[in-house]
Design a protein around this ligand. Structure first.
Ligand code: HGY
Ligand code: MN
Ligand code: MN
Length: 433
């Protein structure tokens, strides 16, 4: 047990937030024994929301699920109709992921509200703590469906997307107790939402390398998710001479090497990943009829992202044609870069300064619900150091002391926001993508 970190209202805020993330890393809050896999609209997701709702109520909030399965805790402000500061992050995980990517931002939001509640403190605005259920997109091809429902940008196409078992988002949502036909009711009015604050592990090495516990996010990188299908001819692995094959396997390998080469040569933080590669029908003794692979391409600007997508797509078609194969490339999701709100960043800077910390500003290569919430309201993100910058990996780790500092910084942010009525610094964007 690490040393006592920080106690507010009798709650050891650092240790408890971390311990709650650790608890949710185990069954029934994980689908798989011995690892954390918690995908959208699964029994593990349902169990996690039930636990979170209990903790929200203990912290003085009401708790409800909206039509798209987001869990929303609300701590009232000085007046019942006060707009809300939303503090949140996601409760779903990647397969065999870490325990803090997402849940830590929710637990810290609950800590902040509980500190106010125990002090009998009411603010000029309400605080809503939200657990988004589908940030990772680890079950369905697109992601961010819960925050998109709240931002009012969730389209029908997203509800029709199917998982590996052919179950659509709409079917899974209905089975979960959501309301696919009524997801529009989850959309919040801009006048009811003051701002969105997300605390999240950095998932990178910068803060640790500089010996800093916290950082202030400047912007979130643009990203595109694509599915590539290289189509050849299935055949017998033993009887088909090499020269007569139309094997999509080696072609896919050439394409993924092209993805790597183009992204390595890029600027503006360009990165590209083929995270899922599937040979179909997927048997030892069958030359694949098709090979499908995913592409996740990101850069600090949509322009750089799109230029890379165009270059890679052209090479994929050329590789396939040279081998007498065909290539199909389908866009699964596009998210534009998302700058954080300068006036909110300044309040976070001041909150860190009050803790004796420098206001280290840094961009986020990882995507977050904040980039979707930016279509609804001004956003801010607080980064928390994580060991080795490791994430999307069970080795993901944080310290109780850093969790406690994050809660303190968030409490400071909330008080400063109460003292400085927000002046949104930019018009809200149109649809993201
Ligand atoms: O993919 C991401 O950047 C985030 O972890 N969903
Ligand atoms: Mn995350
Ligand atoms: Mn993640």
């Amino acid at each position: 047990m690490e040393a006592k970190t920080d106690v507010i209202g009798g709650v050891d805020i650092g240790a408890r937030a971390k311990a709650r993330c650790d608890l949710l890393g185990l069954p029934p809050y994980s689908e798989v024994e011995g690892q954390l896999t918690r995908r959208f609209l699964t029994p593990a997701h349902d169990a996690a929301l039930t636990a979170l709702a209990g903790w929200m109520r203990e912290a003085g909030m009401s708790a409800r699920r909206d039509a798209a399965a987001s869990l929303i805790g609300r701590y009232e402000g000085e007046t019942a109709d006060a707009p809300a500061l939303i503090i949140g992050s996601h409760i779903d995980s990647v397969r065999n992921g870490g325990r803090y990517d997402g849940p830590l931002g929710i637990m810290l939001g609950i800590d902040v509200v509980e500190a106010l509640h125990r002090a009998g403190r009411r603010l000029p605005f309400a605080i809503e703590v939200v657990a988004f259920g589908d940030e990772e997109g680890s079950r369905f091809p697109a992601s961010m469906s819960c925050s998109r429902a709240i931002a009012g940008t969730l389209g029908a196409a997203a509800l029709a997307m199917t998982d590996a078992d052919g179950i659509s988002v709409a079917e899974a949502l209905a089975a979960f107790g959501g309301d696919p036909a009524g997801v529009a009711s989850a959309a919040r009015k801009p006048e009811d939402v003051l701002a969105f604050l997300e605390a999240h592990i950095e998932q990178g090495p910068v803060l640790e390398a500089e010996g800093l516990p916290l950082g202030v996010v400047t912007a979130i990188a643009a990203q595109k998710r694509l599915i590539v299908r290289i189509i050849g001819t299935a055949g017998h692995a033993g009887t088909t001479p090499m020269a007569l094959r139309k094997d999509p396997g080696p072609a896919a390998a050439e394409c993924i090497l092209a993805l790597e080469r183009i992204c390595r040569a890029g600027t503006d933080g360009l990165v590209g990943t083929a995270g899922r590669i599937t040979a179909l029908p997927g048997a030892f003794n069958v030359i694949p009829g098709a090979v499908e692979f995913s592409m996740d391409i990101r850069a600090e600007t949509s322009a750089t992202r799109d230029a890379a997508v165009d270059a890679i797509s052209a090479e994929i078609h050329a590789i396939a044609a040279a081998r007498g194969l065909t290539a199909q490339i389908r866009l699964a999701q596009a998210l534009a870069e998302s700058p954080c709100d300068p006036s909110l960043m300044a309040l976070l800077d001041e909150s860190l300064a009050d803790l004796g910390l420098p206001a280290r500003r840094l961009p986020s290569g990882a995507g977050h619900d904040a980039m979707v919430m930016a279509d609804l309201c001004p956003t801010a993100m607080l980064f928390i150091r994580c060991e080795g910058g490791i994430s999307h990996n069970p080795a993901e780790a944080v310290t109780e002391a850093d969790c406690a500092l994050a809660a303190r910084a968030m409490l400071g942010f909330v008080e400063k926001l109460a003292a400085n009525p927000l002046r949104p610094s930019r018009p809200l964007r149109g649809a993201s993508g």
